[in-house]
Structure formats: C-alpha cells, structure tokens
Design a protein around this ligand. Structure first.
Ligand code: NAD
Length: 304
C-alpha cells in the first residue's frame, strides 16, 4: 500500500507508516497538477495546512481511502468530494494545545514585562530601564474566553502562577473549571475584571469580531489582550485604536485578520504590542504529536 506524504512530517510519523509496511512517497507541497500525477495509486494522503486536496485531486485517486491533516483546520481539503467517495478525513486536534497555551503565556509575560520593547531598545543602543516598568502576574486575574483544549491548558498554567481565573464559554465544563480554580462568569464581567484577557475560541459567526470597540472599552486601562486563536476574533481597527488611545495597556498577538501581517501595518508601529507570525503550534513536540497521531490513524484505517 502506498501513502503520499505531501508536507513535511516528523520522522517518527514516517517511521510509524514504514513499520506498518507502507510504501511512503514524499514530496513537499506539490501543486494541484503535480498532485494529480502523484495520487494515481495511493491509498492515503497526508498534508498539513498545505497543499490543497481538491475535487480534481480526489477524482484522480481511485484507490484513496483516507486523507489525513497533521494539525487541526480542514479548510484545504474538499470535504464534500471526500464524503461522496466515502473517503475518511482525519486530523490531530489537541496535538498542539499545550504549545499554543505556552505561547499565550509567553506573550503575556512578554507584554507584562515589556521584553520585546526593551530588547528592541537595547539593539538601538538605548538602556530603556525607566520605560520598561512592568507588572507581576501573581495575584492578577486571567480571563480565559473559550475554555476548550487550549483555554484549559492556559488556565492550568495561570493558576500555577498564582493568578485568579475567570472563564467564559457557552458550554461550561464545571469539573475542569474547579481543577484550575476557575469561575464561569458572563463575558462583560470577565472583560471588566480581568488583568489579562486571552482568547481561545474557534472562529465562527458568533466569534467574528467578538472583541470589538464596545468590548475593548469595557476592559481595564491596565489590561493586556492576548490573541492566539484566529485574527478575525478581534476587530483589528478597534484594537489599534484601543492600544493607541490607552483603553487597554497592551496586546500579544499570534494571529491576524490578514496573514502574513503587512510590514507597514499600524500594529507594527506600536510599542505596547508583541507580534508573532502564527507560531502557536510551531514546536518540536506539537509537530511530532500531530504527525504521529495522524500516521497512527492512517495505519488503523488502512489495516482495519
Ligand atoms: P476547542 O474546540 O477545544 O475549544 C474552543 C472552546 O471555545 C470550546 O470550549 C467552545 O465551547 C468555546 N466557544 C465556542 N464559541 C464560543 C463563544 N462564542 N464564546 C466563548 N467560547 C466559545 O478548540 P481549541 O483546540 O482549544 O482551539 C481554540 C482556538 O485556537 C481555535 O480558534 C484554533 O483555531 C486556535 N488555534 C491556534 C493555533 C495557533 O497557532 N495560534 C494553533 C491551534 C489552534
């Protein structure tokens, strides 16, 4: 049986496939035309957020039984076309939860202690000791919006740091909340009372621009906003205004409404914001877990 790995995959995942006796064909991010040539006799395709597995690709693969996405989002796969053919689509939710959570906490510390700002100044030759006055996290309140896999990990770490935990989620999990010393409140209360507000909701109609001008104005002027969910959960124009006019103190952002963020975007001009290029899941551990999880599912489906 032949498996096409069409995106970089951790070597442990390749090992899982080979140990199961599969022939592994590897080509990094082939375009649609090339994919059509490659899939003629494969029974599984493994991708990441790229390449696109289109209807045309699926139609060119008569033996295809499973499409695996090492990671979460399935928007590069034509799910309808796969369903019509009875092709299974699998992914690895949860493989990167801890990594995204650690990045959210790293961004929080970075903004709270003005680390990126101080580093920039030092490289310019300025010893910005006075301008880099920060705050401690212990004893402060962390407001977690979206208490799912990642939100839970963030709350766990924040709890261990001695922070108070407020939670907002339409589907409250009271047992998990208890574990992290958290309390469910309504969104308005969370925004008014938190020193750090961190977003861990999926991007759906109900969360598009969830954090808008009105809600930013509810936050404390000393508060920090962290977004490692999806860019469009925050109204970026309103956030720029909030950061410029001091409705909030700072922000740490890993995701943007437009990615890559244009180099001349107003956010890049602000000292009270820390920016990272969507690296939440970019750790050795998360990539290994994602790869192995999907490889194991492919083996199970093809051999089962
Ligand atoms: P999850 O499904 O485990 O948790 C999401 C939680 O949000 C659920 O508990 C759900 O009930 C809650 N929710 C849904 N609608 C809500 C609303 N309107 N208000 C408040 N809460 C709401 O998902 P997850 O694995 O924790 O991922 C969360 C987010 O992180 C997703 O947007 C995902 O795309 C993003 N993510 C980012 C990166 C990155 O690299 N930065 C990596 C992986 C995932």
């Amino acid at each position: 049986m032949k498996v096409l790995v069409a995106a970089p995959l951790h070597e442990k995942a390749i090992e899982v496939l080979k140990n199961a006796g599969f022939e592994v064909l590897y080509e990094e991010y082939p375009d649609e035309e090339r994919l059509v040539q490659l899939v003629g006799d494969v029974e599984a395709i493994i991708v990441r957020s790229k390449p696109k597995v289109t209807r045309k690709v699926i139609e060119a693969a008569p033996k295809l039984r499973v499409i695996a996405r090492a990671g979460v989002g399935l928007d590069n796969i034509d799910l309808e076309a796969a369903k019509e053919r009875g092709i299974k689509v699998v992914n690895s939710p949860g493989a990167s939860s801890r990594s995204v959570a650690e990045l959210a906490i790293a961004l929080t510390f970075n903004v709270a202690r003005k680390i990126a700002f101080a580093d920039r100044k030092m490289r310019e030759g300025t010893w910005a000791k006075k301008q880099a006055m920060g705050i401690e996290l212990e004893g402060k309140t962390m407001g977690v919006i979206g208490f799912g896999r990642i939100g839970y990990e963030v709350a766990k770490i924040a709890h261990a740091l001695g922070m108070n935990i407020l939670l907002y989620d339409p589907y409250p999990n009271d047992e998990r909340a208890k574990e992290v010393g958290g309390r469910f409140v309504d969104l308005e209360t969370l925004l008014r009372e938190s020193d750090v507000v961190t977003l861990h909701v999926p991007l759906v109609d109900a969360t598009y621009h969830l954090i808008n001008e009105e809600r930013l104005r509810l936050m404390k002027p000393t508060a920090i906003l962290i977004n490692a969910a999806r860019g469009a959960v925050v109204d970026t124009d309103a956030l720029v205004k909030a950061l410029k006019e001091g409705w909030i103190a700072g922000a740490g952002l890993d995701v943007f409404e437009e990615e890559p963020l244009p180099a001349d975007h107003p956010l890049t001009r602000l000292d009270n914001v820390v920016l990272t290029p969507h690296i939440g899941a970019s750790t050795v551990e998360a990539q290994m877990r994602a790869g192995v999880q999907v490889a194991e599912q492919v083996v199970e489906i093809l051999k089962g």
